[in-house]
Design a protein around this ligand. Sequence first.
Ligand code: TMP
Length: 219
Amino acid sequence: MLNGWFITVEGGEGAGKTTIVDKVEHFFKDHGFDVMRTREPGGIKIAEKIREVILDVTHTEMDERTEALLYAAARRQHLIEKVLPALKEGKIVICDRFIDSSLAYQGIARGIGLEEVLAINEFAIEGCYPGLTLYFDVDPKVGLARISSDSEREVNRLDKEKLDFHEKVKDGYDKVNHMYPERIQVINANHSIEDVFQQVMHAITMHDQYKRLKEMNEQ
Ligand code: TMP
């Protein structure tokens, strides 16, 4: 029985997810919610090691299906070891990236196909879909300009892809949004931090699971 709330955050490079999720985490903590923040690929020892293998800039020979399988393997281990136990304890879990990243990046941008990437991911997650997904929709040109001006950000193998790849990622997310209109809330991330945060808070506070958890907290 899962009592918590599984929220995932998605978007292309430079969508500003981290800044906004910092603020959301503060909001939850300030209002007495038990929140756990994590990320994919990574979040636990085995998955962080898989992350190193996937994102190593020297691994240029990596086959796209190998890449998809590694993301799915990291996802499975992270879900079992970290996300599900936290949800069982009633926590709000905010995870930076989940299945939709694989659908958009590997399924569409790498060209493997949505159905095949969905199949290996369904094997990995066994029906544990997020309750809410916040998709930060940003123009790839704006996103890439943001990451190139951020000197502290780690540069990974996928950042080295050209604008054309990041445009395909955006097309991928547009397709995935149509597949899951109930679960995925689209946030216009081209605007200021304050504006984007307002949109995110609207999506969170209007959600039934937020209302349920808030009521439980107040009892
Ligand atoms: P990030 O942690 O900086 O977002 O970097 C992770 C990179 O991995 C990012 O470029 C998106 C990519 N990615 C995929 O291609 N597929 C996936 O399933 C996940 C979780 C991430």
